[in-house]
Design a protein around this ligand. Structure first.
Ligand SMILES: N[C@@H](CCC(=O)N[C@@H](CS)C(=O)NCC(=O)O)C(=O)O
Length: 282
């Protein structure tokens, strides 16, 4: 039982009543731009508008992996989108992503600009464009895409469900935390059982499935997602921990994690425009 009075829904919901929790200032029940704000453009064909959250890190890791594999066409400008300030509702950002969420990518390298939104779609677009980190053979490709889409479909239960109620809700509630901790642990077990049989998520090769899953589930084992590692007993998923450590040691992953982060830590890069930015930071 809770001390909170039971919620009695009105006939038609409207916003603005009650404590809406963290991000109450930016959440709205409608889409579309709130203000005119052009996006900056840099010198490279690939323009990334993002933030160093797990969804954003997927893309910076992918771009750094492509560059490490000598795909020079993957050079990119990474611009910082401040979602606390509402940059995602600026007119320029909404043109690139009508869903107003980071990450969003603009590819200016072809005859016409290509916009891509949703982190999974961005990973697949880049993998196809450079012929890397997605297997060409249909069966192997299906396995890789199955895990990529698994991440996109599963993580809202970990993030919007468990993470929200464990870290950001105005007060702690046992019912939703129980519900989403149950599902989050089931997901950790899915990964752990899969990784008992293979080195990487989709088989013998490192793919966009690993790149999508690591920033959420790998970093959860390292206690950098919601500081929930102990609560979810993440250490008990041995195969997942082994994989998370191995992926975390990749130099491209370490570079990708540093991008679009704003902090006093000089090792982190608010924006990234050149490979040399990593050398001069820190
Ligand atoms: N399914 C989307 C989720 C993106 C997402 O939720 N982005 C968050 C930050 S991690 C965001 O931009 N939030 C701003 C907002 O909701 O206004 C993806 O994977 O790209």
């Amino acid at each position: 039982m809770t001390d909170q009075p039971e919620y009695k829904p009105p006939r038609v919901w409207s916003p603005g009543k009650g404590d809406m929790g963290k991000w109450a200032g930016t959440n709205r029940p409608v889409a579309g731009p709130t203000h005119e704000q052009e996006l900056p453009r840099g010198k490279h064909p690939l323009q990334l508008y993002s933030l160093g959250t797990p969804n954003g890190v997927k893309v910076t890791v992918m771009l750094e992996e492509l560059l490490a594999a000598d795909h020079q066409g993957a050079e990119y400008d990474a611009w910082y989108i401040d979602i606390d300030k509402g940059d995602q509702f600026g007119s320029g950002f909404v043109e690139v992503n009508p869903n107003s969420k980071i990450p969003a990518l603009l590819d200016l390298g072809g005859a016409e600009p290509v916009r891509v939104f949703e982190s999974g779609a961005i990973l697949l677009y880049l993998a196809d464009k450079f012929g890397a980190f997605v297997p060409p053979e249909p069966g192997d490709r299906a396995e890789c895409l199955s895990w990529l889409f698994w991440q996109m479909g599963s993580t809202p239960y970990l993030g919007g469900g468990f993470g929200h109620f464990f870290r950001y809700a105005p007060y702690l509630m046992e019912y939703p935390i129980n519900r989403y901790a149950m599902e989050s642990k089931r997901q950790l077990d899915v990964l752990d059982r899969n990784l008992a049989e293979r080195p990487f998520v989709a088989g013998d090769e490192y793919t966009i499935a690993d790149i999508a899953i690591w920033p959420w589930y790998g970093r959860l084992t390292m206690n950098t997602v919601y500081e929930a590692a102990e609560f979810l007993d993440a250490a008990s998923y041995r195969n997942l921990n082994r994989w998370a450590r191995d992926i975390g040691e990749r130099p491209a992953v370490q570079r990708g994690r540093r991008v679009n982060r704003s902090s006093d830590n000089p090792w982190l890069l608010r924006e990234r425009h050149d490979a040399k930015d990593f050398e001069t930071a820190g």
